[in-house]
Structure formats: structure tokens, C-alpha cells
Ligand binder design. Structure first.
Ligand code: HEC
Length: 173
């Protein structure tokens, strides 16, 4: 009699305990920061970006001494082509950078050397109201760089290209 009573109480307690544990461990799993997402903005490298359309090349003088290419997803490319500013939500721009290297096959030519960074700008005006609707991410070997570097993105893009929705690159014909 007493054992039956204990069972009736203990079973629900154990079941409740397991359910509560599962709920807590699930909520901590979703709250854990994504190691692949940029600090401040939570931007990740978008899937399939390497096959996106080409916007324009760029080059930076030493000491960085890089060759760059900016690519855009379809939403960004459509906005460029129709001259639509600001870029609509869902636009993503990716900048690929490489060390500049002299061609061994034809010395006057410059070719991409070691890849250095992949940089991403994602337009989402609801998610990023404090950065003019843009989220930023800079990645080395697929991993986001530190918060200090991410604190620099907004200032430079805001100060210099306010009139072009904070985007430097224009569509190259
Ligand atoms: C000191 C100025 C400066 C800072 C800081 C800076 N950028 Fe830029 N960014 C540029 C310039 C200039 C370009 C144009 C392409 C080029 O010259 O490489 C550019 C281009 C880009 C592009 C391609 C779209 C566009 O605006 O042309 C992305 C994406 C980008 N930057 C991301 C970032 C991220 C992420 C950070 C911070 C981690 C950052 N930038 C910090 C100057 C800056």
C-alpha cells in the first residue's frame, strides 16, 4: 500500500524532472553563441556565395597589398542593376580578398595569391536598426575575427559612403 503510494508520487516527479532537464538543456543549446557567427552582428558566411554574381574588382596598396572581388546575391544584383537604393532587405554582399601575387607564367600579370579574408554585409533593417540596416562579418579561414575588428566596420562605411547606402562598391560594367 505504502509502496504503491510512493510509486504514484515518484514516477511523476522523475518524469517531470526529465522533461524539465530536457527543456533547460535545449534552451541553453539555442542560446549558446554560434562559433561561426561574427561578434556584434551574428553574421555567418552565406551558403553558395562563391557562385554568386560578380559586382566589381578592387585592389588595395601595400602593406595589405590585396586583390579583391565583390560578389552579390540575386537581391543585391537586381538592386544594383535597377539602381535601387537603399538595398532591399535580403541583399548580401561578399568581398573576397587575396594577397597580390606576380604571375610566374607571365610576370607583368598580377594574380590572386593566398586568400586573406572573406567579408560579408547582410541587409536586414529589422535586425540591424543601429547600423543602418547592415550586419557585418569578417572571416579568416572560415572563422570570424575578433570583436575589436568588428567595431571598425560601421564607422568607415558610415563616414565615407552614406550616400550610397553605406556600400563602397559600384557595379562594374
Ligand atoms: C577603413 C575603412 C574600412 C573599414 C574599417 C571596413 N571597410 Fe569594408 N570596405 C572598405 C572599402 C574602401 C571597400 C571597397 C572595396 C575595397 O576597396 O576593397 C569596402 C568594401 C566592403 C564590402 C563590399 C561591399 C562594399 O561596401 O563595397 C564588404 C562586404 C565589407 N567592406 C565589409 C566590411 C567589414 C565586415 C568590415 C569590418 C570587419 C569592414 N568592411 C571594415 C572600407 C572599409
Amino acid at each position: 500500500m505504502r509502496l504503491a503510494f510512493l510509486g504514484a508520487v515518484a514516477v511523476p516527479i522523475v518524469v517531470f524532472g526529465i522533461a524539465a532537464y530536457a527543456a533547460v538543456s535545449q534552451s541553453t543549446a539555442t542560446a549558446a553563441p554560434d562559433q561561426n557567427a561574427s561578434p556584434i552582428y551574428g553574421v555567418t558566411i552565406p551558403d553558395g556565395y562563391r557562385d554568386w554574381k560578380f559586382v566589381a574588382p578592387a585592389q588595395e596598396a601595400p602593406p595589405l597589398d590585396e586583390l579583391r572581388a565583390v560578389l552579390g546575391n540575386d537581391i543585391a544584383i537586381d538592386a544594383y542593376k535597377s539602381g535601387k537604393l537603399p538595398f532591399p532587405d535580403g541583399s548580401i554582399l561578399v568581398k573576397l580578398a587575396y594577397k597580390r601575387m606576380q604571375s610566374t607564367e607571365f610576370p607583368p600579370a598580377t594574380v590572386p595569391g593566398t586568400p586573406t579574408t572573406v567579408q560579408v554585409m547582410v541587409k536586414d533593417s529589422k535586425k540591424y536598426p543601429d547600423s543602418h540596416g547592415w550586419g557585418f562579418g569578417r572571416f579568416i579561414d572560415g572563422k570570424p575575427v575578433d570583436i575589436a575588428q568588428h567595431e571598425t566596420c560601421l564607422a568607415c562605411h558610415t563616414e565615407r559612403v552614406k550616400d550610397h547606402d553605406y556600400v563602397f562598391t559600384r557595379y562594374a560594367p
